[in-house]
Design a protein around this ligand. Structure first.
Ligand SMILES: [Zn+2]
Length: 173
């Protein structure tokens, strides 16, 4: 069976000039095969991996990679009990209990206080509430730091991480 060529599509997509000999053409069956493959790949990318899943997994993996890059502390064992920890989940910032956080311009995604309370956004999907794990972890880190300064302030991590990178003594930080 002789191959049929589709020059115009090739020219359109590749910006190539039409070749009378057909030498640079794409056989129609291959063209259809490639098109179907691209459609399947783009459908898979668009529908099977929600962007929320992709970013959450990438974010988690990056945080994990960064943490793994720090030197290990095999003798570490520390127990901290947080009594009456309260998590307040809101759907809009008007339900925050702090004027600064209520302000749209603040961009505050969550906060913690010394009353062992964490305020953060939630989103309802079906009958479940989804939380931002990054914000929850950050605010819980604040509560642990309020409890004991053995736990690093999550806003002071850069100087500690730099200290670890430079293998300095970091006790004064
Ligand atoms: Zn913070």
């Amino acid at each position: 069976m002789a191959n049929k060529y589709r020059f115009e599509t090739l020219a359109l997509h590749a910006g190539a000039t039409i070749d009378e000999t057909g030498a640079r053409g794409v056989p129609i069956h291959r063209f259809i095969g490639i098109s179907l493959m691209l459609m399947v790949i783009s459908t898979f990318l668009m529908s099977c991996i929600p962007i929320a899943t992709d970013y959450r997994i990438q974010g988690f993996n990056y945080i994990q990679k960064g943490f793994a890059s720090l030197p290990d502390s095999p003798d570490l064992y520390e127990e901290i009990t947080i009594e009456k920890l309260k998590i307040i989940i809101v759907g809009s910032r008007k339900n925050f209990n702090w004027d600064k956080a209520k302000n749209e311009k603040s961009g505050i995604a969550g906060y913690a206080n010394t009353k062992n309370e964490i305020y953060l956004f939630g989103k309802r999907i079906g009958n479940k509430i989804v939380l931002n794990q990054g914000v929850l972890g950050h605010e819980l880190n604040h509560i642990l730091n309020f409890k004991t300064n053995k736990i690093a302030d999550p806003h002071q991590l850069e100087s500690l991480e730099l200290c670890a990178l430079e293998s300095r003594k970091c006790d004064a930080l």
